[in-house]
Design a protein around this ligand. Structure first.
Ligand SMILES: C[S@@+](CC[C@H](N)C(=O)[O-])C[C@H]1O[C@@H](n2cnc3c(N)ncnc32)[C@H](O)[C@@H]1O
Ligand code: SF4
Length: 441
């Protein structure tokens, strides 16, 4: 694989996003800072400072340089340690491409979990072949869509899964894969260990066999723990938990378990009421319950040398900080920041929205065409929004949750309404995805 610079500057209507390959994160820059960074590709900082005639701007440049120098943005010669994505058409009102793409690589599974967002499996669709997937990966790299989530079904049922991962790495993408862990053999563990994945997530739904197996099926907890004992010898991995009614009481124990089995991190996501989960509404936590569970993790962080990190760039919290910068409407990430591609190439602003929202297929149109011009993506970007306090319409959060629980993608997301009106809740953490670093213990 060719040596790649650690940073990529992706021009955007507000300036740019810089993707940092070392952290797999995007940082937003306004137009002025973007001009400075682009100039620093060719001209060292000494020269840029020497050319500056305005004292105030000179001071700002020094502070800018010092701050981003700390983050490894510059070479020893004082140049931007990155490349600029060129030849892109920059739209006036949305990103040049999704920041993350979720790709369903298999639509079959060896389990039948009662919460599965993938719905009834198997779906007998003609899946994308390697050449088709590689075309999508090449386009993603051209659009600055570096984050890739490989999901399913069970990805390890796909015999060529390591080829898929390698193609993504060869295109400079940052892949993450989520597996139920049951098919991991020593050879597969070794193969994972050889690759530089952003995340290798292994899913469990509780800290005990009783809780996990209620959702994932009898015997799965013990089998997965057995696979993990082998995996830890060869690769870094994360334990991924879905927060639902059945495991609320053992959230801290889940984090402890992650540490005990040798995981680097634990990730907690809320249950979304989609797919098979729609038939099991009893699993769905209320916002208050979910919030309490997250706060228990936060308390753990305070009482023990554990670092609870909020690392997902698409979380509502991160979105609140950056949404006015990187997309102009007040929507969720669907179609604004991310999109999903089904096993047979259907592109959806978010797979949680269901087949009715499929915009087009990558077998018929390029990802860029679908992202910019399909009516499905254009219309989700122009949907109206309301003030959160009014409770009248969608005011941020998750459009899929609004659709399922309130009947329309334009209805309020009940979790956001709860967040803004439920003053009785502890309200320390409002984040749907918490990464708990257990390595420090
Ligand atoms: C659909 S699975 C596919 C990968 C693999 N089969 C597995 O179970 O890890 C991807 C992840 O989504 C989680 N998940 C499944 N249904 C969900 C739902 N309704 N809401 C939130 N997460 C869900 C799973 O627990 C798993 O961690
Ligand atoms: S959550 Fe994963 S393991 Fe469970 S049924 Fe869905 S795809 Fe299969």
């Amino acid at each position: 694989m060719s040596e790649r610079s650690p940073l990529v500057l992706i021009p955007q209507f507000f300036g740019s996003l810089v993707f940092d390959r070392r952290t797999s994160r995007y940082l937003p820059f306004d137009a002025d800072s973007t001009t400075v960074l682009a100039r620093l590709v060719d001209v060292p900082v000494k020269q840029v400072l020497a050319d500056e005639v305005d004292d105030e701007r000179f001071d700002r440049l020094i502070r800018f340089y010092e701050h981003f120098h700390e983050l490894g943005f510059f070479t020893v010669e004082g140049r931007f340690a990155g490349t600029v994505l060129s030849g892109l058409e920059v739209p006036a009102d949305h990103l040049v491409g999704p920041l993350a793409v979720h790709l369903e690589v298999v639509s079959a599974c060896n389990l039948t979990c009662t919460h599965c967002f993938a719905g009834e499996l198997p779906r007998r669709e003609k899946r994308l072949g390697l050449a088709e997937i590689d075309r999508v990966f090449a386009e993603m790299a051209r659009l600055g869509s570096f984050r890739l989530g490989l999901t399913g079904g069970e990805p390890l049922l796909r015999k060529d899964i390591f080829r898929v991962i390698d193609m993504a790495l060869e295109r400079g993408l940052a892949p993450c894969i989520t597996t139920n862990g049951l098919l991991i053999t020593e050879e597969i563990a070794r193969e994972f260990g050889k690759r530089d994945l952003v995340w290798l997530n292994v899913s469990l739904e509780g800290a005990t066999a009783e809780t996990n197996d209620k959702v994932r099926g009898p015997g799965t907890f013990a089998k997965v723990l057995d696979r993990l004992a082998m995996l830890r010898e060869h690769a870094r991995f994360t334990l991924a938990f879905t927060i639902m009614r059945t495991n609320l009481a053992e959230i801290q124990a889940c984090a402890e378990l992650a540490h005990t089995v040798g995981a680097d991190t634990a990730v907690f996501r809320p249950l979304y009421p989609v797919g098979i989960a729609t038939q099991h509404q009893e699993l769905m936590p209320t916002f208050a319950e979910y919030n309490t569970a997250l706060n228990e993790l936060a308390l753990m962080d305070r009482n023990a040398p554990i670092d609870v990190r909020h690392i997902d760039p698409f979380s509502p919290q991160a979105r609140q900080e950056t949404q006015s910068v990187i997309h102009q409407n007040y929507g969720c990430g669907a179609g604004n920041l991310v999109c999903s591609i089904s096993v047979s190439g259907d592109v959806n602003p978010c797979s949680f929205l269901g087949p009715r929202f499929v915009a087009a297929n990558v077998r018929e149109q390029s990802l860029a065409e679908i992202w910019h011009n399909s009516s499905g993506f254009q219309s989700i970007r122009t949907l109206s929004h309301t003030e959160p306090a009014s409770g009248a319409g969608f005011a941020g959060g998750c459009r899929a949750r609004a659709l399922v629980l309130n009947g329309s993608i334009n209805a309020p997301d009940p979790w956001i309404t709860a967040q803004t009106t439920d003053t009785g809740s502890p309200g320390i953490v409002h984040n749907p995805l918490v990464i708990l670093d257990v390595t420090g213990r």
